[in-house]
Design a protein around this ligand. Structure first.
Ligand code: NDP
Length: 267
């Protein structure tokens, strides 16, 4: 019998998750269906419960429901707990209970280290933004020499670095940016509106990787980084890698991700 899965969000029409999971299922021979479901803004939990009653085995969660999803979980993975993000993107439905995990961090690290072949250890990292995405990936960057969070709202950057141990951390605003970094991750939502960030080009060190978590088109951040000589990447690989980790949690099988990244790039 086909096992049912879904991604829940609002809006959801843009989601590439159904294409990704169908490709994983075709590749691994797993008998699953996967669809995108629009939940009303005040109806996330009701949507999950209805899917569970209908036999769905798991769900992915996207904007704006990741924080609410965390709250309705009966149990959480060590990864979801230790990230301090208070957000999950993967739910496993077992015997009427909900187990939550967050695969965004491992998705980002796998894309950067395995697909792009850029090692995080001993690097000076700058994260632009302190919203849900930055929270979700911060712990996956431990092992760096230092992590600096620059955010428009300073208080949110401060809040984000407070939980970090075993790594030199800084919380700043954009106007303090000057020194160069080895890895710069744009985790703001400015790519969605084509807004340029107030950042100087001096922050891109020689050999710097500039990574935008947004995907689908070149953002002003990517353009500026390219012009400053940085290596540039978008977040498509992260999207596929976080999905692969969710697929593994549900099915116990690891799909190959590179062919799926290529499929989406050429779509
Ligand atoms: P949030 O709304 O939680 O956070 C938005 C962040 O952007 C905040 O830090 C906010 O700053 C900052 N920001 C917004 N507008 C501006 C502006 N005009 N100037 C400067 N800073 C601004 O969004 P998320 O964290 O959920 O998502 C961020 C991005 O990451 C999105 O583009 C999303 O698509 C992408 N993403 C990609 C994933 C992938 O798999 N590739 C996974 C998850 C997210 P302030 O605090 O001051 O408001």
């Amino acid at each position: 019998m086909t096992d049912k899965y879904a991604v829940i969000g609002n809006p959801i029409g843009h989601s590439k998750s159904p294409i990704i999971h169908k490709a994983f299922a075709d590749q691994t021979g797993e008998d699953i269906s996967y669809e995108a479901i629009l939940a009303p803004l005040d109806g996330f939990e009701a949507t999950v419960r209805a899917l569970m009653a209908d036999g769905y085995k798991g769900t992915n969660v996207t904007v704006p429901f990741k924080f609410e999803a965390y709250k309705i979980c009966d149990s959480l993975s060590a990864r979801a707990l230790s990230s301090g993000a208070g957000a999950v993107n993967t739910l496993i439905h077992i015997d009427g209970k909900i187990h939550g995990d967050n695969t965004d961090g491992i998705g980002l690290r796998t894309d950067i280290e395995k697909n792009i072949d850029f090692q995080i250890a001993n690097k000076h990292i700058l994260i632009l933004g302190a919203g849900g995405a930055a929270h979700g990936v911060l712990n996956s960057l431990l092992g760096a020499s230092s992590i600096t969070i620059a955010n428009r709202t300073h208080g949110k950057a401060l809040e984000l670095v407070m939980g970090i141990r075993d790594c030199e951390v800084h919380a700043i605003t954009f106007d303090s940016l000057e020194r160069p970094y080895d890895l710069i991750i744009n985790a703001t939502s400015t790519g969605l509106t084509d807004t340029a960030l107030p950042i100087p080009s001096s922050i891109f060190a020689k050999g710097c990787l500039a990574y935008d978590m947004m995907y689908g088109r070149e953002t002003p951040f990517m353009k500026q980084a390219r012009e400053a000589g940085a290596q540039v990447a978008d977040g498509l690989g992260m999207l596929v890698e976080q999905a692969a980790e969710a697929f593994y949690l549900w099915r116990g099988v690891r799909p190959l991700t590179k062919p799926v990244i290529q499929l989406l790039r050429h779509a």
